[in-house]
Ligand binder design. Structure first.
Ligand SMILES: [Zn+2]
Length: 223
C-alpha cells in the first residue's frame, strides 16, 4: 500500500463527539473497521478530517480545492492518525462494516463507484427509520437488495479511484439520515438524497464512535 504521511502539528483540533440520542450509541463502526483491516498494528489514534471532508461543508478537499456544487451530504473517511501522530490514509481495498443490523434497500452508482443503502431497525419518535449510505465502494459479490445484514458485517471495499481522471484518494463517503415514510428507495439517487420525502440527513460524526481531529486547512493542500 502506498502510504502518504505527514507529521501532526499541535494545532490540530481534537474532538470526541457523542451522539445526542443515547439509544444511537455504540455503532462499533471504527472499532470493527480497525479490526477487519488490521489498522491497529501502528495504533489507530483517531480519524483526521480536512474541513472539506465534513458534513455540510461547502469546500472540496481534492482537485482545485474550490467550492462544491452543493453542501456535502455526508462525511468523507480517508485519513487517520497512528499513535505517533503520523497521518495515514485508507487503502483502496479497505473493508467497510455496516454500523447496525439492517436490510440492503439500494445499491446505486456514484461518481467513484457504488453506494450501498441500508435501512435499520432503529426508528425516531415519528417512526422514521434510520438509513445509512456507504459511498465510493465496491459492494461484496453476495450483496443484493433485500439482503439482511448484521452490525459489523463487511458489505463492501473502498473503490479504487486511481484510474479516474479526477485525482482523488479512495475514501468512504458515509451518509445517514431518517428515512421519510414516503421514501421510494428504488428512485433514490445522489440527485435527490436529502430532498423532501427522502432522508433527513444527520451529521455522521456522531456515529463513528471514535475520537477525531480536524486538520488545519493549510495541512490539507496535499490531500
Ligand atoms: Zn463525500
Amino acid at each position: 500500500m502506498h502510504v502518504q504521511h505527514e507529521r501532526a502539528q499541535r494545532l490540530d483540533m481534537d474532538f470526541q463527539k457523542k451522539p445526542s440520542t443515547p439509544s444511537l450509541r455504540n455503532t462499533r463502526f471504527t472499532e470493527i473497521l480497525i479490526q477487519k483491516n488490521a489498522l491497529d498494528e501502528g495504533g489507530f489514534k483517531g480519524w483526521a478530517f480536512c474541513p472539506g471532508m465534513l458534513f455540510n461543508s461547502t469546500d472540496k478537499w481534492w482537485g482545485d480545492q474550490g467550492k462544491r456544487d452543493a453542501l456535502h451530504e455526508g462525511l468523507d473517511l480517508c485519513l487517520y492518525k497512528d499513535r505517533e501522530g503520523t497521518i495515514l490514509r485508507l487503502g483502496k481495498k479497505t473493508k467497510i462494516p455496516v454500523i447496525y443490523d439492517g436490510v440492503v434497500v439500494g445499491i446505486i452508482d456514484d461518481f467513484l463507484g457504488k453506494s450501498v443503502i441500508i435501512e435499520h431497525l432503529i426508528s425516531d419518535c415519528h417512526n422514521n427509520k434510520l438509513c445509512t449510505i456507504y459511498g465510493h465502494t465496491l459492494p461484496e459479490d453476495n450483496l443484493y437488495v433485500g439482503r439482511i445484514v448484521k452490525q459489523g458485517d463487511v458489505i463492501a471495499t473502498l473503490a479504487d479511484s486511481s484510474t479516474f481522471k479526477i485525482k482523488i484518494f479512495p475514501h468512504l463517503h458515509f451518509s445517514l439520515g431518517w428515512a421519510s415514510k414516503e421514501i421510494s428507495y428504488d428512485r433514490l439517487d445522489w440527485g435527490n438524497i436529502g430532498a423532501p420525502n427522502t432522508l433527513t440527513m444527520l451529521d455522521p460524526l456522531q456515529f463513528i464512535d471514535w475520537r477525531f481531529f480536524i486538520l488545519a486547512r493549510k495541512k490539507c493542500e496535499k490531500w
